[in-house]
Design a protein. Structure first.
Length: 205
């Protein structure tokens, strides 16, 4: 009788996952260009590394009741940015949690837990994972999430990879906001100086 070589499919699956994560991190490391281009590259990396069909980045509005989905990918295609109400969605839990944990995970049966989220139900989403990102003063100002039409696995490596990518996205968004605030401050100062009735000279030390 010939010897039959046994194949450890579990090990092969883990190896494939590790390779996908490495490719995703390489993609993320090379992300550049405009804000939109960076976010699109980051979300492509996230869907590759998490083996999921849908990923998005949202920023909460000042009213606290809606989120601007600034970048959204589904099945490899990007959706136009849009605004959605938080109430009744799994995204609401990202901002409503009282604990210090900024991570939310739902393995399956998402439609049963959130029956009023018509968007996710229409897309047939089964599972969901999200991570909030915070402003420098600690406020939860946005979140990154992934979702899929199949149950999502949950282990420490999944969480670590997802958090790493989410925090990278959040840090970049915070940097953009800080740069924009500085530009607005400089513009305001210049406007004030330009409209003073007497000449003003500014100099450093």
């Amino acid at each position: 009788m010939e010897n039959v070589q046994q194949i450890d499919f579990g090990s092969l699956e883990l190896e494939a996952k590790a390779q996908a994560r490495l490719s995703a991190l390489t993609m993320l490391a090379g992300a550049a260009g405009t804000q939109t281009e960076f976010l699109q590259t980051a979300l492509r990396a996230l869907t590759l590394g998490m083996d999921c069909s849908l990923a998005a980045v949202g920023e909460i509005d000042a009213d606290g009741i809606s989120v601007n989905m600034v970048c959204f990918i589904k099945d490899g295609e990007f959706v136009e940015p849009y605004v959605c109400k938080l109430a009744g969605t799994p995204c609401a839990t990202v901002y409503a949690k009282a604990s210090a944990d900024t991570h939310v995970f739902c393995k399956n049966s998402l439609a049963t837990q959130f029956p009023h989220d018509s968007n996710l139900i229409e897309m047939g989403v089964e599972s969901y994972r999200a991570e909030a990102f915070t402003s420098p003063d600690g406020r939860r100002v946005g979140h990154v999430f992934v979702a899929d039409t199949k149950p999502m696995e949950h282990d420490d490596t999944d969480t670590a990879f997802f958090r790493l990518v989410s925090q990278r996205i959040g840090a970049e968004i915070n940097r953009w906001h800080a740069d924009q605030a500085q530009k607005e401050e400089r513009l305001l100062l210049q406007t004030i100086v330009d409209n003073l009735p007497i000449p003003v000279t500014l100099s450093d030390q």
